[in-house]
Design a protein around this ligand. Sequence first.
Ligand code: NI
Length: 184
Amino acid sequence: MAVLEIIKMGHPTLRQVAALYPVEDIGSADFNTLVSDMRETMYAAGGLGLAAPQVDVPYRIAVIDIPETGTRYGDVPALPFAVYVNPVITVLDEETAGYWEGCLSVPGMMGYVERPQHIRVDYLNAQGESRSLEATGFTATVFQHEFDHLFGTLYVDRIRDLRQFVYEEEYRLFHADEEEMSDF
Ligand code: NI
């Protein structure tokens, strides 16, 4: 296992549409190494999620782990560590809500982004099995942020009012009591 380098905004890989991961390679030694390295990298960086393009691997794989904190992220249900291969999001309710988002590929910055809050996710798990889940609220935001990375989109593209794109330090000083924040 290894902690990989997380590439930052400006690196062209973050702007590519990642390729579908070959289903027959799920569970291979390369796949397992990549997933365990992504997991270790995500934990080392203190993120809730990490997408393969963020470690310069242009395939549609993401890992997410929302811990049971109950503090920094407010009242958010935990989501155990899982791998999502070739995920597809379907919006079930267009109504949006906003959160302050951060991203390991845009270190030191925060931005306020509104996204739909009820989605379905269809994906393959680490065993290559088709799975489907519904997500609401903050969890729905995390999935959308993470899977945006698989299509060359960063949360900064979705900030409607750039006055709500701020340095993390200033966020803590001036905005922290407005909304929840998160790093992913
Ligand atoms: Ni991100």
